[in-house]
Design a protein around this ligand. Structure first.
Ligand SMILES: [Zn+2]
Length: 257
């Protein structure tokens, strides 16, 4: 929290400021509330996506982009973790219903673009965006998966995709007081499907989470450090803020060549 309300964060700003600004890009951070191995908080995805949202919007705002961060949606798709206590599943159809209402507000107030800033791997907005395109032809809707927005293989040694070295590093940077000691984390080992198609990416099915991992993690968190987390976050913020600057104030025709 800063001393003054930031005009690019709706939750902080006020109508006196808002009524003077024609925002062009609304940013809707979308997280999840779910178990993250033994050592990290349930709202890990929300802490991460909030940080990315605020800092990437600030950098874009300082370059003249009229961006507005909406309050974060804290629940994500957890249909593969229904048997893990308090994984707060929100179905894709509910996400569509929420987005229809958000888009309606944005169109009424002549916001041209919506970027869903996604912070949870099982949130998949592609088919939802296709449906929204038919309902809101004047709104340009995109999704950004922040965790895929910058290279990470030169930072992190262990691959993973949930509560792994990357997420542990990011949280050690953002909120170390909320993490248990790494000695209390599980190893994040996972079972993989054996049919070749799943591993080559041309077949897909949902992973039954409690059958593939004992500790709810996917990826070994043991080499996580705050320094690695900061390097990765800063890279992602730079890429995402540049993306906002690239799309802000432009018509779709001006985004093509
Ligand atoms: Zn996560």
């Amino acid at each position: 929290m800063t001393n003054k309300p930031r005009p690019f964060i709706l939750a902080e700003t006020n109508w006196k400021s808002v009524k003077e600004i024609q925002y062009d890009v609304a940013i809707l951070p979308w997280g999840a509330t779910e178990a993250h191995n033994y050592h990290m908080p349930y709202a890990t995805d929300n802490y991460q996506v909030d940080h990315i949202a605020y800092h990437s919007a600030e950098a874009a705002w300082n370059q003249g982009a009229k961006v507005l961060v909406l309050p974060t949606i804290p629940f994500g798709v957890n249909t593969g973790q229904l048997d893990i206590p308090f994984c707060m599943n929100m179905n894709p159809s509910t996400q569509l219903a929420i987005l229809k209402d958000v888009c309606d507000v944005l169109v009424r107030h002549k916001v041209g673009k919506l970027v869903i800033l996604n912070g949870h791997g099982a949130n998949n907005f592609v088919s939802i965006i296709r449906e929204l395109a038919g309902l809101f032809p004047d709104l340009f809707v995109s999704v950004v998966n922040w965790f895929q927005s910058a290279p990470k293989h030169d930072i992190f040694e262990q691959a993973g995709d949930h509560a792994d070295e990357m997420e542990t590093s990011v949280m050690l940077h953002l909120a170390p007081e909320l993490l248990l000691p790494l000695a209390e984390a599980g190893d994040g080992a996972t079972k993989k499907f054996t049919p070749k198609g799943y591993n080559e990416g041309w077949a897909w099915t949902q992973r039954p989470w409690t059958k593939i991992t004992k500790d709810t993690g996917s990826g070994d968190p043991s080499l996580g450090t705050a320094e690695k987390g900061k390097i990765f976050l800063d890279r992602c913020i730079e890429h995402i803020s540049t993306f906002y600057v690239e799309i802000a104030g432009k018509s779709i025709d001006n985004l093509l060549k």
